[in-house]
Design a protein around this ligand. Structure first.
Ligand SMILES: Cc1cc2nc3c(=O)[nH]c(=O)nc-3n(C[C@H](O)[C@H](O)[C@H](O)COP(=O)(O)O)c2cc1C
Length: 163
């Protein structure tokens, strides 16, 4: 059997970081039904019909245990005005939503009012992805508006610069 290569995780993360991502906050409810969320850069579109999207979450992340098939969640696309929200939801805070303006959605999980787009989903499938889970969401409702998407590139928040 072929040996699995062992790479330096920091260097591999830096290599992955050569490709910019958008920045989203995935909001969901915790075990007590309280809104919480996690900053996610791995969000991507998947399918138009049916409408599907996906993101990956580290298995060691506290929020990973909240995701199982059918669970509702909302992917909120952050704008360049929302770097504070990106950092807030990337910290292990007791109340991640403290001071955050929230609006109810069809799936009974609140969205972030200041997001430039949101996708309200039910988890369509949870797949194994090494040390991550891959969450595929079926989109039940979405909206988008004007604004510049926040970019994460080489470990830093950036604004999109047109050529
Ligand atoms: C810009 C950015 C993008 C991130 N993307 C991801 C991601 O795609 N998957 C992931 O598991 N963690 C990602 N993280 C890290 C989590 O947001 C962070 O570990 C968070 O504290 C996890 O929350 P939890 O402990 O409530 O699960 C990202 C962090 C930042 C700042």
């Amino acid at each position: 059997m072929r040996d699995v290569p062992m790479f330096d995780p920091t260097d591999l993360r830096n290599a992955f970081g050569c490709l910019p991502t958008g920045v989203t906050v995935v909001s969901m409810l915790d075990d007590t039904g309280t809104p919480t969320g996690v900053t996610v850069g791995s969000f991507t579109s998947l399918s138009l019909a049916p409408a599907l999207c996906l993101f990956s979450l580290g298995k060691a992340q506290a929020s990973a245990r909240l995701f199982e098939e059918g669970v509702p969640f909302v992917v909120n696309v952050l704008s360049t005005e929302s770097t504070d929200l990106a950092w807030q939801f990337a910290k292990p805070l007791e109340d991640k939503c403290e001071g955050v303006a929230l609006v109810e959605t069809l799936v009974q999980v609140p969205r972030l009012k200041d997001a430039i787009a949101y996708f309200a989903c039910h988890a369509h499938g949870i797949h194994d992805g090494g040390d991550h889970i891959i969450v595929v969401g079926e989109i039940l409702e979405y909206e988008h508006k004007e604004g510049d998407a926040l970019i994460f590139y080489r470990g830093q928040m950036q604004t999109p610069a047109p050529l």
